[in-house]
Design a protein around this ligand. Sequence first.
Ligand SMILES: *Cc1c(COP(=O)(O)O)cnc(C)c1O
Length: 718
Amino acid sequence: MQKKIYERVPAANPELPERIGRLNELAYNLWWAWNPDALYLYRKLNKTLWDHVQHNPIIMLQEVPLATLKKAAEDPEYLSSYDKVMADFDAYMNDKNTWYNRNYPNHSDKSIAYLSFEFGLHESIPAYAGGLGILAGDHLKESSDMGLPLNAIGFIYNQGYFVQKISEDGWQETSNFYLDFHKLPIIPLQYEDGSKVLVSVSLPGRVIYAQIWKMQVGRISLYLLDTTIPENSSYDQQLTAKLYTADLETRISQEILLGIGGVRAMRTLGIAPAVWHMNEGHAAFLALERCREMVEEGKTFEEAAAIVRKSDVFTTHTPVPAGNDKFPIWLIEKYFAPMWQKLGMNRDQFIDLAKENTEWGEQFTMPILALKLSEHNNGVSALHGVVSRNMWHFLWPERKVEDVPITSITNGVHSFSWLSRRMGLVFDEYLGTDWRMDPDDPKNWEKIDEIPDQVLWDVRRHQKRMLNNYITRAARKAWLTGSVHPVQIIAGGVLLEPDALTIGFARRFPTYKRGYLILRDYERLIRLLNDIDRPVQIIFSGKAHPADEPGKLIVQQLYRAIKDHRTGGRMVFLEDYNMDIARHLVQGVDVWMNTPRRPNEASGTSGMKAAMNGALNFSVLDGWWAEGYNGMNGWAIGTEQEYSSNEAQDDADALSLYETLENEIIPKYYNRTDPAAPSADWMPMMKNAIKTLSPMFSTRRMVSEYVRKMYLPAMENK
Ligand SMILES: *Cc1c(COP(=O)(O)O)cnc(C)c1O
């Protein structure tokens, strides 16, 4: 029989006055993170402290003076917003008339499991590295808004990814931090006697345990595995310390814990998912564990696999063969010999499940394992679907390439997490509030054209000022540490002008994103930046993977240009890219630039966040932008042509980049009499971008596609 499991929400601050006591409950449900009025309840207590605690409401409640809390508990204005927020929160949590219940009333008894290595939910929870994690976080928030019966599994890493510092000569340095779990919105699960809820998996020569924590994301439960418990050796406690360590044994152990431990966690919790969604190949071992369960009950492996395939969903995010997660065969032998016996297979049959011949010999490739054990597969943009069908065609040699069973669902972003509060209020005023109910319905966005240019421009200028203030504060804070060189303060953005044309470029720094492209004709760049009447400024941010030396060299190359007095302090690098920086950038810059080497960008999502906030995209026609660009809602860099060499592609794309800047972007932006006046060339493009891109690239559209194309067929075993 299932032992009953209890959730005891910790008390962040036992002295919290009762009248505002539910601030604690709200701090343990991330719903506050995408509801500005809820967030303001914490921020209003003390704005400076709120920034200081990195927008973490639990630390906020722990650190804010008791007198402040008592004052708030007696302040009629505070209490009236408090009561309103709590009423909204209750209405949200208890709503039975959700999108899902309205559309699929007969499917409410079936649930979906969603497994991912990383989840980017908020800057105060460093459990993400980049786009994959942000997408997973947005998927959960949207699933909550739509009322999907979805439960997620991931890790809580006590050292996160890493903290990035840039040295004076531009070299990326990494430093570590240790998270205190008592300061995170995670709820320990317990049995009646107070003991922890654990799952175990076998690794060579030992069994390891993971404690299950729960994070509440609106209506969605995210279960997080954690091995830093005394039941494990100190070595195994390190297993969930960090994201994406380069060490292969750690990596395979993590994936075993996520996939196999994830299935066992669901069993322990008494959840019986009808659908299992693997977000990227990292989670693919779940399919093997599900087969093992059925083989144990008497099925053959083939019978079990046939059932598993129908209910598995797999999303691939990697368009580059080398980028796919893979393991050497000896490692698989070391870790999986007991497993293939349990599956009734021999070594060769088992290795064949995921075998790939690469230039380094045979490898065990996780996306292949996922593709072989799932019938519902997708890439994350239309172009990425094409690339994926070609890349994996060899697995289905008897089929035509267009019949390779990998479809595509283009990524989206969770509007309420990324849209500035002010912009949202302007939309409410001119569009009505229907866009909040159905953000993916283009009809709800048609009235964008009725917003007066001046109104929209005023919000944009406000956003730019917010970004500028944010950058100045960060630079001052760095200067106050006494440990940075003055030129790094200039590189940090103190010479930026709030009213100059501002371009944002923020993302990870793998070579394919070509962070260096803008430097290709350096003299031309310098002329553009320093034009007296029409200056241009560029804000960079992003991390290179600590083991990616070429990526770190790109950061250094950029940083050297940034420090060069000839760039006039108009190029800037913001250290330690995270969701807070991302939000300020996408809300505050005029142009969002992206220069991937086509077709290596699976989708990209940051440009979608920028677009809904009124920034114009200026990007290679790759990933999502190949679908989003319509000739009037931004600009393309280069063409959709294929090139004989990387050099030729870089030359052509850099040329296109400079020409478009000089002939289109700069003149259109500066077609104004003074900075307060909107440009008649710019505003129609901005409106077109908001109108066309917001609905199309919302997670509402994306998750409803997942439901229709993947989850329902999987539920119905089709
Ligand atoms: C949105 C976002 C990303 C993804 O950016 P792309 O390069 O467009 O995929 C990465 N990191 C952070 C912090 C983000 O907010």
